[in-house]
Design a protein around this ligand. Structure first.
Ligand code: PFF
Length: 454
């Protein structure tokens, strides 16, 4: 426990892994490939990497600094660092964003449990690509099954969050992250060996810049914020549990490298496989779930037992990657309710669990019986995704950059970046420049360009 009696991550590696555990999740393996597919491939990836470097890493370091300096939940953090100012609304908006993301994220997390079952019962065997597509849309449109899985997933998240920071979050991240990475490497090797895989690799690696428009920029920026878990105070909350000697710039950079590698690896699995079996890369959120079973089938068709083992392992690891992210989303709102409203952690966690489960039920139904009810042409599921990833997170990031770059006393920023002068931070000036100018102007430009407002 730290002097003010809050919990702590036990080790430096634990801090990196917990933050990476939050960042690496469905955003990398499910969302990144379909956003890349919808936005034309390689050029999107380059814009994405640009967003990670110019906005992502500096804003992550800023969030870490705010969290560790204040040692409080994200809303209180602003109250401590900027008392009696409207800055606390940035923290509150973050809590709301996390709540909404968890509402639909848990639905997709639930799908991974269905796929563990399907893989374990060998039900991928003998299906064609079209059959995978049909059975997936039948499953997501079912009014019960996906909801039951989402509830199971929400409860698992709940109990880990209630168990506390070190035991729950750190331990699960330490074991599953390296395993997931190794399995992804194996699958990438299998995918590129499929017939016609070259076309998929070309799609992924050969940029066509004529395709870059406002929607590509907004998509890449939103994906960077979503994937890195920044813009809503999630990593700010985690950093409030960091130790005083955790190296913030190094941790942020490591998380960004791990996160981006996993996303690109997922692309190297999905696109060769999609092109190999004739699945359209721009088919949207179902891409991962209809493409991957083909990889297991085609690559290991002659060794069905191996196909079963590897596919079960993959979906378990995918579920665990999602779990370390749902835990972090849940923790933001739980820490807020617990510390701001004097509720026990248990009570605070139940409020979040029940609230997000209700949102999840509506999001899941919006893919089936509620399909007709749309807002601005989007189902509730798509609307939550659009509003949170493409608007609320970048907006949160915009304010975090301004807060750290302009408002916060530079002495505080320097002390946090350099652990009170004990670390050499060679890029300090560059980071401040990015936070002061490049991130806010870049985010505003992309908003104005695509959404026509601000
Ligand atoms: N970064 C997670 C992913 O890529 O799956 C999702 C996420 C977690 C977004 C936590 C935002 C957040 F605060």
């Amino acid at each position: 426990m730290t002097p003010n009696n809050r919990a702590n991550f036990g080790s430096k590696l634990g801090a990196i892994l917990a933050a990476a555990g939050s960042a690496v999740g469905l955003g990398n393996i499910w969302r990144f490939p379909y956003e890349t597919g919808e936005h034309g491939g390689a050029a999107f990836i380059l814009v994405y990497i640009g967003c990670v470097l110019l906005f992502g890493v500096p804003i992550m370091i800023a969030e870490f600094s705010i969290g560790r300096r204040s040692r409080a939940n994200t809303a209180r953090a602003y109250q401590i660092l900027a008392p009696s100012t409207p800055w606390r609304w940035v923290g509150r908006m973050g809590v709301l964003t996390g709540f909404l993301i968890l509402g639909y994220y848990v639905v997709v997390s639930g799908w991974t449990l269905e796929f563990i079952m399907e893989a374990a019962t060998n039900s991928f065997a003998g299906k064609s690509a079209d059959e995978f597509i049909a059975s997936f849309s039948q499953f997501t449109a079912n009014p019960w099954r996906p909801i039951v899985w989402a509830v199971v997933f929400m409860l698992a998240t709940h109990f880990i969050v209630v168990k506390g920071v070190e035991k729950g979050i750190e331990k699960s991240a330490k074991i599953m992250m390296p395993m997931l990475f190794i399995l992804l490497l194996v699958l990438a090797g299998c995918a590129v060996a499929l017939p016609n895989a070259g076309a998929g690799l070309e799609f992924l690696l050969k940029p066509d810049f004529s395709k870059v428009n406002g929607s590509v920029l907004l998509g890449a920026m939103g994906q960077a914020f979503f994937s890195l878990s920044i813009g809503m105070g999630c990593l700010c909350t985690y950093a409030s549990y960091f130790k005083d000697d955790t190296n913030l710039p190094k941790t942020a950079f490591s998380v960004a490298v791990i996160d981006t590698s996993v996303a690109v690896l997922a692309g190297i699995i999905i696109f060769p496989a999609a092109f190999s079996v004739g699945i359209q890369p721009d088919m949207g959120p179902s891409l991962l779930f209809v493409t991957l079973p083909n990889v297991f089938q085609q690559a290991f068709g002659s060794l069905p037992w191996l196909a079963v083992i590897l596919s079960v392992m993959f979906y378990i690891l995918l579920a665990l990657a999602a779990l370390t992210s749902t835990i972090s989303l849940h923790e933001v709102a739980t820490a807020y309710l617990h510390e701001e409203f004097n509720l026990t952690r248990n009570k605070a966690a139940w409020i979040v669990t029940i609230g997000c489960t209700i949102l999840g039920v509506f999001c899941s139904l919006s893919l089936g019986i509620g399909k007709e009810y749309t807002i601005a042409g989007l189902t509730l599921f798509d609307l939550f995704d659009f509003v949170t990833a493409k608007i609320m997170l970048p907006l949160g990031g915009f304010f975090i950059a301004i807060f750290t770059g302009w408002y916060l006393d530079k002495r505080i920023v320097w002390e946090e970046f350099s652990n009170r002068g004990t670390l050499k931070v060679g890029l300090y000036r560059l980071l401040i420049f990015l936070l002061k100018f490049i991130a806010p102007i870049g985010i505003a430009f992309i908003f104005i360009n695509e959404l026509g407002w601000l």
